[in-house]
Ligand binder design. Structure first.
Ligand code: HEC
Ligand code: HEC
Ligand code: HEC
Ligand code: HEC
Ligand code: HEC
Length: 397
């Protein structure tokens, strides 16, 4: 038993650096960069961790239940991208064993505290992106997030500009991954990730294959526009007007980005409906988290009475050893991938329902596919509601 605890002590790896309070949390940045803060707080970047995001928390719990690993060790391994400044980088099997027996020690308490320090629970914050001094590599699938970068001294903020010496709060440095090579910054976490030949994410791989010249930020951070990065402060040089971008990191959940990027057309030939959907983005749709879903509903009516409903889904299906549906992270195989490829034009045909005189076509986006909601026991409305993308009524008379 004593040996067991010795191992237990040896196998935690803590992040050693001690960070001054004012660089530990985005709250301090937002005082001067108000609009950036307001934008960022509406995004999932600000809720990328198990404290603030119930879908993420429940996914971790589910993986822990299915793999017999402790919740903490799953949380830490996912933190590579979701919580790159988490105070714990690795948890050994001995912790899992101790937690399975309900043993709590000073060390395990410290692990819990360090896992959820102020910086970790702040998500993909200002201090994550803007404290990156160097991007080491952009393509190794098994070394993403913090493993792909070198963070700078905590008082240096990297960005698109040379140091203007307008603030003593922090130093500034210009980096090309905030200008012409900005995609590299996004790909630190969004490039892809694979386990036993199964992709959990592949946005960057999809994007590279599409050979698009559009940058991630052109769509997800809006157009460059002139604004003041930080106001002038009494006794300081005057504020400068700069080329800047919003920090909304738009997705189908919080913007009309998908409405703008799916070209939908419906035509009638005889009693048959032809639906054509074109993906105008340089990655798959839906991309990212492999359990996203788009649903096409075709509702036939006679007068106001519904006479028939037809449904198509655009999603993926992963199963475990027993052919039960599961999440990509612990899947045995991918059964299908129906997501729209970059620039793909997908055609669906629907034969008419007898007696119908009108039809409604609806396209909705979901953050989590409906079949996984009961498996993960998701209750938070923001994750289970439908986000309307397209709707059209057509007369069949
Ligand atoms: C006391 C006010 C103040 C605070 C607090 C502050 N900043 Fe700044 N920041 C500025 C000023 C002033 C500039 C320069 C603006 C200019 O040159 O147009 C700036 C510039 C920047 C830039 C551009 C860097 C570049 O090289 O392009 C980034 C990024 C940045 N700040 C991030 C942060 C982050 C992250 C924090 C929190 C850790 C923070 N700021 C806190 C005032 C502040
Ligand atoms: C340090 C890792 C990291 C970096 C760098 C990063 N992201 Fe993310 N991003 C994430 C994670 C993790 C999530 C999911 C958070 C969650 O939902 O739990 C996410 C979510 C998103 C979303 C969905 C946001 C929402 O509110 O629904 C978009 C869009 C996005 N990122 C775009 C970008 C773009 C564009 C860049 C480059 C400027 C970028 N990301 C850089 C890790 C990162
Ligand atoms: C996911 C990465 C990411 C996060 C998180 C992030 N930024 Fe940025 N930020 C960028 C990128 C990329 C640019 C450069 C955009 C461009 O000019 O094309 C930028 C630019 C800036 C700039 C300078 C130019 C401008 O557009 O105004 C400031 C200041 C800034 N960010 C502050 C912040 C603050 C404050 C936060 C936290 C509330 C924050 N950023 C969070 C990626 C990020
Ligand atoms: C032409 C515009 C466009 C470009 C360029 C683009 N995207 Fe997207 N992106 C979209 C649209 C539209 C969606 C919503 C549909 C979806 O979720 O797939 C989206 C969705 C996403 C999501 C999922 C967000 C969520 O809520 O799940 C992520 C992550 C993302 N993009 C990252 C990136 C990255 C990283 C790049 C660059 C390598 C990039 N995108 C380039 C248009 C674009
Ligand atoms: C390679 C980096 C990386 C790793 C490692 C990673 N993720 Fe993610 N995760 C992302 C990115 C990027 C997104 C955003 C994609 C999107 O919005 O569709 C995301 C999104 C998610 C989401 C959707 C959250 C939301 O708010 O809708 C869940 C759930 C999730 N990840 C769970 C996990 C779990 C569990 C693990 C560990 C087993 C993990 N992730 C490991 C990069 C990563």
């Amino acid at each position: 038993m004593r040996l067991f605890f010795l191992l237990f002590l040896l196998f935690f790896q803590f992040l050693q650096a001690s960070v001054p309070e004012k660089f530990s949390n985005s709250r301090y940045c937002i005082g001067c960069h108000v609009q950036k803060g307001l934008d960022w707080k509406t995004t999932w970047h600000s809720r990328s961790n198990s404290k603030k995001n119930s879908l993420y928390r429940k996914t971790i719990k589910y993986i822990s239940d299915m793999t017999y690993k402790s919740v903490a060790s799953v949380d830490v391994s996912c933190g590579e991208c979701h919580s790159p400044k988490m105070g714990v980088k690795k948890i050994d099997f001995s912790y899992d064993l101790a937690s399975a027996f309900g043993v709590e020690t000073d060390e395990s308490k410290k692990v819990k505290k360090e896992m959820h320090n102020k910086t970790a629970d702040d998500g993909i914050s200002c201090i994550i992106c803007h404290n990156i001094d160097k991007i080491k590599h952009s393509k190794e699938l098994n070394m993403r997030g913090y493993e792909a970068v070198v963070f700078g001294p905590s008082d240096v903020m990297s960005g698109p500009f040379e140091d203007s010496h307008r603030t003593t709060f922090h130093k500034m440095q210009k980096r090309d991954y905030f200008n012409q090579n900005v995609d590299r910054l996004c790909l630190v976490c969004h490039y892809g990730n694979k386990r036993k030949g199964i992709y959990n994410y592949a946005t960057g791989i999809e994007y590279k294959a599409s050979k698009s010249s559009k940058k991630c930020v052109d769509c997800h951070m809006g157009k460059l526009h002139k604004s003041i990065v930080a106001p002038s402060i009494v006794g300081q040089t005057k504020a400068l007007t700069r080329e800047t971008r919003r920090h909304l990191f738009e997705g189908a959940r919080n913007s009309d980005i998908l409405k703008r990027s799916l070209k939908v057309s419906v035509t009638k030939s005889g009693s048959t409906l032809n639906l054509e959907i074109q993906n105008m983005t340089p990655h798959k749709v839906p991309t990212g988290f492999s359990a996203r879903e788009i649903e096409i509903l075709v509702i036939y009516r006679k007068g106001s009475k519904v006479v028939d409903k037809k449904k198509r889904v655009i999603n993926t299906l992963f199963v475990d050893k027993n052919s039960q549906e599961t999440l990509s992270y612990i899947a045995d195989k991918m059964v299908y991938d129906k997501r729209l490829k970059p620039n793909e034009i997908r055609r669906y045909t629907f034969s008419s329902a007898s007696g119908a005189d009108s039809v409604k076509i609806k396209i909705n986006y979901r953050l989590i596919k409906s079949s996984l909601i009961p498996i993960l026991q998701i209750k938070d409305k923001i994750f289970i509601k439908e986000y309307p993308v397209y709707e059209k009524d057509i007369s069949l008379l």
